[in-house]
Ligand binder design. Structure first.
Ligand SMILES: Cc1cc2nc3c(=O)[nH]c(=O)nc-3n(C[C@H](O)[C@H](O)[C@H](O)COP(=O)(O)OP(=O)(O)OC[C@H]3O[C@@H](n4cnc5c(N)ncnc54)[C@H](O)[C@@H]3O)c2cc1C
Length: 323
């Protein structure tokens, strides 16, 4: 019995959500008195891989086949399943992402494993293997019991509170045989929708709603986002009215975000909007109506006019962050 944890990289650097998954895997390994090994595919920054020791693993297997430098659902699933088989791992842990959404179930098929997504806590092992998962866009939780030997667990972003230690992991390079059939669909190029920071991956999001009155006023949102290195988002009516592009629409019918900080400006906080943001670690709401429903979901709130508050907030952040 052992555990492998897939680490996803962005420009060669391990993503924060994967660091969380590594910590989760190493804590699970402690509970099961076994070991957890991280698995990276393709080229990656060696310092970033060895820093995974800080999150609890002592070894990283880096599968170095060049063809894995470009993400491919089939090839990634085959490579991870292959590492699981060769290391005798019965549990595969992954951090939720758009890539992992397509890879996890394919791994489960290859390993005849049970797959559970949206996992938010370490399993309860007192009577079998039971995990808590978020359902109904994070509004409720379900405890599910896994009765299969092999398991694939997809961990929800921001669900794990990581405790780091100063240790480095050894990197073991591995080449594995890949089937040509796994490359029947190949990603040729990526065109980013806009801006420097992608909304689904952003650590900070500044989002505007109908309270901004019109597209000509988005400068105050962009200025704050620029100072914070944040992505910009918006409510559905804003994108429906073409004030902002549709890929910025956050919510039940739009992008679901899980940043460390979500700043909502002039957004009322309708349940359909909250469904896309309630995995955020800290929510700040700026609204001139003290009765706006969003304040109930907020960690911090500013009752005030966005046109007054935002420039002051941006200037204050600029002062602190530039020092
Ligand atoms: C099936 C369905 C799916 C939906 N999916 C989504 C979704 O995915 N995402 C989504 O966002 N919505 C969705 N909606 C729409 C949702 O119900 C709300 O209508 C929408 O979120 C409201 O957008 P808003 O908060 O920008 O606008 P409003 O409800 O008009 O709120 C504007 C807010 O701005 C505040 N305000 C006004 N002026 C200022 C100012 N100067 N300074 C500060 N605050 C100010 C007001 O007090 C108010 O709270 C969906 C609806 C349905 C029926």
């Amino acid at each position: 019995m052992s555990i492998i944890v897939f680490v996803e990289t962005d420009n060669g650097t391990v993503k924060k959500s994967s660091q969380e998954a590594v910590f989760y895997a190493s804590e699970l390994a402690k509970k099961q008195n076994t070991t957890a090994v991280a698995v990276a595919l393709g080229t990656a920054n060696e310092a970033s891989l060895s820093a995974l020791g800080n999150f609890g693993v002592s070894k990283v297997i880096q599968v170095t086949n060049d063809k894995l430098n470009t993400p491919s659902l089939m090839a990634y699933a085959s490579a991870i399943a292959s590492v699981a088989k060769s290391t005798g791992a019965d549990t595969v842990i992954l951090a939720k992402s758009s890539l992992v959404d397509g890879v996890a179930s394919r791994i489960a098929i290859k390993l005849s494993a049970a797959v559970v997504t949206n996992v938010v806590e370490l399993p309860n092992l007192s009577n079998g293997f039971s995990v808590k998962r978020a359902i109904y866009t994070g509004k409720a939780f379900a405890n599910v019991s896994i009765n299969a030997n092999n398991k694939v667990l997809v961990i929800k972003k921001n669900a794990v509170t990581v405790v780091e230690s100063a240790t480095s992991a050894a990197i073991e390079k591995m080449e594995i045989a890949l089937d040509e059939k796994d490359f029947s669909v190949v990603q040729k190029e990526v065109q980013k929708a806009s801006g420097e920071v992608l909304l689904p991956e952003a650590e900070i999001v500044v989002s505007g709603g109908r309270g901004l009155k019109g597209p000509e006023n988005w400068g105050i949102i962009n200025d704050l986002a620029k100072v914070l290195g944040a992505a910009t988002g918006c409510s559905k009516p804003v994108s429906d009215m073409d004030w902002r592009p549709h890929h910025e629409h956050v919510g039940q019918t739009g992008v679901k975000v899980s940043p460390n900080l979500y700043i909502a400006v002039g957004i009322s906080g309708a349940i359909q909007h909250l469904a896309g943001v309630n995995s955020s670690k800290v929510i700040v709401v700026i609204n001139k109506d003290p009765e706006a429903p969003f304040f109930k979901a907020a960690d911090y709130g500013i009752v005030g006019d966005a046109f007054d508050v935002l420039p002051k907030l941006t200037a204050a952040f600029a002062k602190v962050l530039n020092n």
